[in-house]
Ligand binder design. Structure first.
Ligand SMILES: Cc1cc2nc3c(=O)[nH]c(=O)nc-3n(C[C@H](O)[C@H](O)[C@H](O)COP(=O)(O)O)c2cc1C
Length: 175
């Protein structure tokens, strides 16, 4: 039987995979099913009413390669009424003009498929970047959790520990 939450991620060097595993551990037994999109059929998304999507940004604002491969197929998803949260990885010091752009692109794509988005994350002075498509329209929040294993690795655990309870509350798994 599927867990209540499906977490779908793509990862090139393993950083997003590591974060996905950490979320799985933090949530505790039976709450999250992990799916690496490199070896999961996209149709598996249909098994969940609560979803977490993880994506890293590559090559000046591009989606991680496995997400790129899936991109056209995302148009077939029906996410009406499903709660969705996003987390993204990037490198604000090396790529500060395209920081986490891929999370913004994925959010835009899936919101257009009907996703009810939860898990926004404040854009504070803790982050040092010039531009990001992952910001909301007002520019004061990211559309999901923002992580940086390249230049802020030591912050990751604390950020996950703050974000996950907010997402679980918004998922309202008692429904
Ligand atoms: C060649 C290269 C290009 C990258 N381009 C970007 C970028 O445009 N924006 C960004 O925020 N991070 C960029 N990054 C940083 C990656 O997103 C970061 O290292 C991430 O943790 C990789 O996660 P993954 O191993 O799960 O794919 C780039 C890294 C490399 C090596």
């Amino acid at each position: 039987m599927a867990a209540p939450i499906g977490l779908f991620y793509g990862s090139t060097t393993g950083n997003t995979a590591h974060v996905a595993e950490r979320l799985f551990q933090l949530a505790g037994p039976g709450l999250i099913d992990l799916h690496d999109i490199a070896d999961t059929a996209l149709a598996a998304v249909d098994d969940y009413s609560c979803l977490i999507f993880g994506i890293s940004t590559w090559d000046f604002g591009e989606q991680q390669i496995d997400w790129q491969d899936l991109w056209p197929a995302l148009d077939a998803l029906d996410l009406q009424g499903r709660r969705c949260a996003f987390f993204g990885l990037g490198d604000q010091l090396g790529y500060g003009d395209w920081y986490l752009d891929a999370m913004g692109l994925l959010h835009e794509r899936l919101q257009a498929r009907g996703a009810l988005v939860v898990g926004a994350w404040p854009c504070t002075e803790d982050y040092d970047f010039r531009a990001s498509l992952a910001l909301n329209d007002a520019g004061d929040c990211f559309v999901g959790l923002v992580l940086d294993e390249d230049s802020q690795r030591s912050e990751t655990d604390a950020r996950l520990e703050r974000w996950l309870p907010q997402v679980l509350a918004a998922f309202d798994l008692s429904d």
